[in-house]
Design a protein around this ligand. Structure first.
Ligand SMILES: CSC[C@H]1O[C@H](OP(=O)(O)O)[C@H](O)[C@@H]1O
Length: 325
C-alpha cells in the first residue's frame, strides 16, 4: 500500500522491473549476459505480480515489459558494457512510455468526462459530486481518472461541491483525495462513507457519482474500492448519474464478468483499530474485502481515453477491440 491506485501500481511495476535489470547489470560489474538478465527480471516480475491481485494494470504492465524484455534479451549476448547500456536504455524507455501514456490518457479521459457532464448540465449549473477512494495524481501517472474529470469540471466552474467519502478502512478519501482537492481549491467536504445516500437525498439538485476502477470485465462490470457498489445503488435510487473513469489498461477482456475477478482480502487489523488504537470488541470476527463488483447495469457512463460508453454492455466494450494477451 505504499504505492496504490491501479495505474500507479502498473507504472511502479514497470519501473521496478527496470531497477531489477539495472541491479543485474551492476552485480555483473557493468554488464550482464542474457541468461542472468532473464533470471533477475523474471524474479522481480514474479514478486511484483504477487503484490496485489485485483488491479489489472499490474499484470498488464508486467506483460508489456516482458514483451520488450524478450525483444531486447538477444542483444545482450554473452554480456558487454555497451550492450548492457543499450539494453537498459531500451528497457527503461518502455517503462517511461507506460508512465507517459497513462498521463496522456488521464488528460483525454478528463476531457471526455467533463465534456459529457457539461453538455448535460442544465443551464450550466455547477454539479454536486460524490467520489470514493483516491483516483487523483497520487493514484495514476499524474492527473487522475475520476479526479481528473472533477479537475476539468472545476476549471469550467461546474463543481458545486465534492462529497469525499473517507473510504474505510484505508482512508484514501480522507487522507489523499481531500488533500488533492484542497490543494487545487476545489470545493469539497469529507463525509463518512455511510453519509453518501443522505447527501444525495437532501441535495437540492441531482448530481454525479464519479469513481475510478481497478478492473473492468468484458461485460462492463466494474471492480473498484469497497463501497462503490453501494454508491451505484444509491445513485440509481436518487436519480444521480454514475460515471466510472478508467483507462483501457484497466479493462480485462479476458474475464467475462466481475464475478471472475479476484477480490483482495486484507487483514482484519485494518478495521478493528485506527492506528494503534483498537476500538472493536476483543476477539470479534472481521471480514475485510477491499473491492466490490458494481454490475454494468448500474453504470450510466464508462469513460476511457477512447471516449464515453453510455450504459456499458458486452457489445459496446467489444467494439473497443482490446486484445486478450
Ligand atoms: C485510479 S485508481 C483505481 C483505484 O485504486 C484504488 O484502490 P487502492 O487504493 O486499494 O489501490 C481505488 O479502488 C481506486 O478507485
Amino acid at each position: 500500500m505504499v504505492v496504490r491506485g491501479a495505474p500507479a501500481i502498473g507504472i511502479s511495476a514497470a519501473y521496478g522491473m527496470v531497477l531489477a535489470a539495472k541491479a543485474a547489470v551492476d552485480a555483473g560489474h557493468s554488464s550482464a549476459c542474457s541468461k542472468t538478465m532473464l533470471v533477475a527480471v523474471n524474479a522481480a516480475s514474479e514478486l511484483l505480480a504477487a503484490s496485489r491481485p485485483t488491479a489489472v494494470n499490474l499484470f498488464w504492465a508486467i506483460r508489456r515489459m516482458n514483451r520488450v524484455l524478450e525483444q531486447l534479451l538477444p542483444t545482450l549476448g554473452e554480456g558487454s558494457v555497451q550492450a548492457a547500456e543499450t539494453f537498459i536504455k531500451g528497457f527503461s524507455a518502455e517503462a517511461v512510455a507506460i508512465h507517459d501514456e497513462d498521463l496522456q490518457n488521464n488528460l483525454l479521459m478528463a476531457r471526455h468526462g467533463a465534456e459529457l457532464i457539461s453538455a448535460l448540465a442544465k443551464d450550466g449549473q455547477a454539479q454536486p459530486i460524490v467520489t470514493h477512494c483516491n483516483t487523483g495524481s497520487l493514484a495514476t501517472g499524474g492527473h487522475g481518472t475520476a479526479l481528473g474529470v472533477i479537475r476539468s469540471l472545476h476549471e469550467q466552474q461546474l463543481v458545486d461541491l465534492v462529497y469525499v467519502d473517507e473510504t474505510r478502512p484505508w482512508m484514501q478519501g480522507a487522507r489523499l483525495t481531500s488533500w488533492e482537492l484542497q490543494r487545487e481549491g476545489i470545493p469539497c467536504a469529507l463525509i463518512v462513507d455511510s453519509a453518501a445516500a443522505s447527501m444525495m437525498a437532501r441535495s437540492p439538485r441531482q448530481g454525479w457519482v464519479i469513481v475510478g476502477a481497478d478492473r473492468v470485465a468484458a461485460n462492463g462490470d466494474v471492480v473498484n474500492k469497497i463501497g462503490t457498489y453501494g454508491l451505484a445503488v444509491q445513485a440509481r435510487y436518487h436519480g444521480w448519474k454514475f460515471m466510472v473513469v478508467a483507462p483501457t489498461s484497466t479493462f480485462d477482456p479476458a474475464v467475462a464478468t466481475g464475478a471472475e475477478i479476484e477480490i483482495e482480502e486484507r487483514p482484519g487489523s485494518e478495521i478493528v483499530q485506527i492506528g494503534d488504537s483498537r476500538f472493536a470488541a476483543e476477539g470479534v470476527r472481521s471480514i475485510n474485502p477491499v473491492f466490490d463488483v458494481t454490475p454494468a447495469a448500474l453504470i450510466d457512463y464508462l469513460v476511457s481515453e477512447r471516449g464515453v460508453i453510455n450504459r456499458p454492455r458486452r457489445d459496446s466494450i467489444a467494439e473497443l477491440k482490446l486484445g486478450v494477451d
